[in-house]
Design a protein around this ligand. Sequence first.
Ligand code: SF4
Ligand code: SF4
Length: 373
Amino acid sequence: MGAEGIVWELASELGFDLVGVAPPAPPPAAARLEAWLGAGLQGGLDWMERERPRLLDPKQLLPDARSIVMVGLVHARPAVALGDGARVARYAAGRDYHNVLGKKLRRLRRRLTERGLLGASRQVVDAGPLMERSHAARAGLGFESKAANLLHHRFGPWFFLGGVLLDLELEPSQTPAPGSCGTCRACIDACPTGAILEAGVVDAGRCISYHTIENPGPAPLELRAKFGAWVFGCDVCSEVCPFGQRAPDRGERFGTHAAVETGRLVDWLCAPAEGHGVRFLGSPLTRTTRGGLARNAAIALGNRPSEEGRDALLGALEDPEWRVRDAALWALARGHRAEAGVPEALDRALARPVDAGEREGARATRAAAEGPA
Ligand code: SF4
Ligand code: SF4
C-alpha cells in the first residue's frame, strides 16, 4: 500500500469521515481572502490581517511541508435549545471539538511517525493560520458555498475540519467534490442580519456568530434585535441549506455538555465569574468568557422578554463588566421599558458616576433600544 493509502486507512481508523490531500501551495481562495481583508470585512478578527502571509502560504507554517492532509468529522445533530428556548449553535453544544480533533490528529501523526513515514509535521484545528476550507475544497472534501462554508453533498455544512502539514510527499486528491449551490440563495435570504453580502462573501462585522463568540466588546446596537434567541453562534444559514438535511445524526460523538443541557439565560446572565471555567470545562463556550456569555444572554433576554428575565436584567445593571451592563440596559429598554420600576432603574443606571465615554454609550444604547424596532 502506498503512503496515500496508509494515510486514508489510519484516518478512517481514527473515525474521520472525510480525508483528502492538498498540495502545500497557496490556497485556491487566496485572491478572495485578499479582497475580503482589503474590504475590511473581517470585523475584529485582526489576527487574520497579521497572519495574512501564513494564511496565503502554508509553507510558512512548515517550511518542509510536502503535502496537506485535510480531514472532516461529522457533527450533524438536531437543533439545540436551552431550557428557555435560547439557541446554541449545534457544533458547540457538546465536547470541545478542538480537543477531539486535536487528539485524533496527534494520533494520526504519531502512527505515521511510528511507521517511519513522517519527520516534521504541524496540525491545525480551526484556530490556526491555515485557510482550512479552501485547502479542504482542493483536497476534495466539499465545495465552497455562497454562505462561505464548505458543503458536502451528503453531510452539508455539518462537519469539522482539521489539517496536518506533513513533510511526506503525497499525491494530491484528483476528484473535486460533487455539488454546487447552483441558483439557490436560501442562506442569503434567510440570514437575519444580511451578513452574506454576495455569494461567498460574509461580512464578519454583521455576523451573529462572530458577535456572540469572537467580539470581546459590546455588540452593534443596530444588530442586537436581529440576534433573536441566539446566545452562542448561529446556524440559520446552515439550517436552511438544502445540503445536509438528511445528514446522519452524529450527536453522540460530542454529546451535550451539562452546562448546555441545564442552561438557562437568566442563569448565564447572573452566574458569577468565579467557577465559570469549571462550569464550562471542556465546552467550546469557554471561548466567549463569562462576560461574553452574560452579554449574549442579556441580549437574548431583551429579544424574548419575560418576568424572570426582567428581574435578572435589573440585577445585571450592577454587573462588574461594562459590556454586560450595556447589554442589560439595552434589553430592559427594548423589552420592558413600560413596566413598573424599569424607567427609574434605567435613569439610575445612566446617572451613575461612570466615566464620560461609558455615560455617552449608555445614553446611545437606551435611545437605540427605545427607538423604532
Ligand atoms: S451565521 Fe447567521 S448571521 Fe452569520 S452569515 Fe450565517 S445566518 Fe448570517
Ligand atoms: S443555502 Fe443554498 S446558496 Fe446557501 S450554501 Fe446552501 S446551497 Fe448554497
